[in-house]
Design a protein around this ligand. Structure first.
Ligand code: UD1
Length: 395
């Protein structure tokens, strides 16, 4: 029996963990030799804890209830990282797993990897090797450090392998497996098509896929500290959004940290407030419309029907490439360069005019055509599990 702990903590982790758990269950059903069964323990750190940031993803992705909930909650980076290490170490000492699997680049990823290696428990990092080369991003520090201490580095694309080799990581630890988030995307596409979000927002009259949209729209997400913690940077982006929204409404499911910043900077007048908790009508007909954060399936549905996606997220750059939807990334760098070289992504930073120009190109029908990297085929989690099992089978 191979005992594995999987860590999930923040919103972008859940869609990466789900396919791995699914592949573990499939593996267990397919083998006769119980020595190579994988016993999985799901630990939720509680970095994200609200219904919209966590629970709805468990429902949408059919994730099992976590076996352990660390309840760390919000805090400074040091507080959050430290709390996770302290609490997770106790779980490690009790469970003594053979392997800890971490995904992505959030504080929960680094904290749990660090607690594990200190107890000499091997760590597998899924989505290893991505680099924005911008060390002011907290995620870049999390990526660099997690990769430096992991034993299995599962990479999504060849550029990630190159980054790791340049950092002196032995090739024997690096496994190019593809993008586990694409597994979730492809698996949930049909379910997402059935979401009623377009009708709820008055963007379509019927949920039939043949029914055309009543109103075209762009979709926006924004939460990076570099964009929303500084009022001037935030205003540069808002100026562009206001201009774009004159031609096409922008739907903005707003991250909780961003909502706080909108309120503290007094930027509410720039937005049409469609927040559900204010019991306002949620029909979208123009401007930049704020919504509460959405679940996985509703968001996927909105993404697949959008004329254009504007974002500073990491994963959405990949999801739009797979869906063939044009993506403007509101950052100066990306750790996912393959979405630019091969996909539909364009970097626009927070340069007001550049954002407007690139958005108008798309609205004028000049959208970037992309292709999808061959290993983003929905079978990444299966490859991860196979590699782990084979390795543990070796004498
Ligand atoms: C984190 C990740 C980021 C990821 C993002 C997705 C790190 C360093 N950053 O950033 O990579 O893209 O999640 O969402 O790990 N909050 C709530 N309820 C919640 C969660 C957060 O109210 O359930 C609020 C809290 O006020 C918190 C703030 O949002 O202080 C920021 O949350 P935090 O997890 O610290 O970082 P994110 O900005 O969400």
């Amino acid at each position: 029996m191979i005992k594995v702990i999987l860590i999930a903590g923040a919103r972008p982790n859940f869609m990466k963990i789900a396919p791995i758990i699914r592949s573990i269950k499939k593996h267990n059903q397919s083998i006769n030799d119980s020595r190579f069964t994988i016993q999985e323990i799901l630990v939720h750190t509680g970095q994200h804890y609200d219904y919209e940031m966590s629970k709805v993803f468990f429902e949408d992705l059919d994730l099992p209830e976590p076996d352990v909930y660390l309840e760390v909650g919000s805090g400074s980076h040091a507080e959050q990282t430290g709390q996770i290490m302290i609490k997770f170490e106790k779980v490690l000492l009790k469970e003594r797993p053979d392997l800890v699997i971490v995904v992505g680049d959030v504080n929960s990823t680094l904290a749990s990897a660090l607690a594990s290696v200190k107890l000499h428990i091997p760590v597998a990092h899924v989505e290893a090797g991505l680099r924005s080369f911008d060390r002011t991003m907290p995620e870049e520090i999390n990526r660099l450090l997690t990769d430096a201490i992991s034993d299995y580095l599962f990479t999504p694309s060849p550029d990630a392998d190159e980054n790791l080799k340049k950092e002196g990581i032995p090739e024997s630890k690096i496994f190019l497996v593809g993008d586990v988030m694409v597994d979730s995307l492809l698996l949930n596409l049909e379910k997402a098509r059935k979401s009623k979000i377009l009708e709820k927002l008055g963007l379509r009259k019927s949920s039939s896929d043949d029914c055309p949209l009543t109103i075209d729209y762009s979709l926006l997400t924004l939460h990076r500290p570099s964009n929303v913690d500084d009022k001037d940077s935030f205003l540069k982006i808002i100026t562009a959004l206001t201009e774009i929204a004159r031609r096409l409404p922008i739907i903005f499911p707003v991250h909780l940290r961003t909502r706080k910043q909108i309120e503290s900077f007094g930027l509410q007048p720039y937005f049409i407030n469609a927040l559900a908790n204010e019991r306002r009508p949620t029909t979208i007909d123009g401007g930049v419309c704020l919504l509460d954060p959405l679940g996985y399936l509703d968001f996927l549905n909105l993404m697949m029907h959008a004329k254009c996606v504007l974002t500073d997220s990491g994963g959405i750059q990949e999801e739009t490439t797979v869906l063939g939807i044009p993506c403007l990334t509101l950052r100066d760098t990306t750790e996912r360069p393959i979405t630019i070289s091969q996909g539909t992504n364009v970097l626009v930073g927070n340069d007001t005019q550049k954002i407007i120009d690139e958005a108008f190109k798309i609205l004028d029908g000049k959208k970037k055509q992309g292709k999808v990297y061959e290993l983003w085929d929905g079978k990444t989690a299966q490859r991860v599990v196979n590699i782990i099992v084979n390795d543990f089978q070796l004498p």
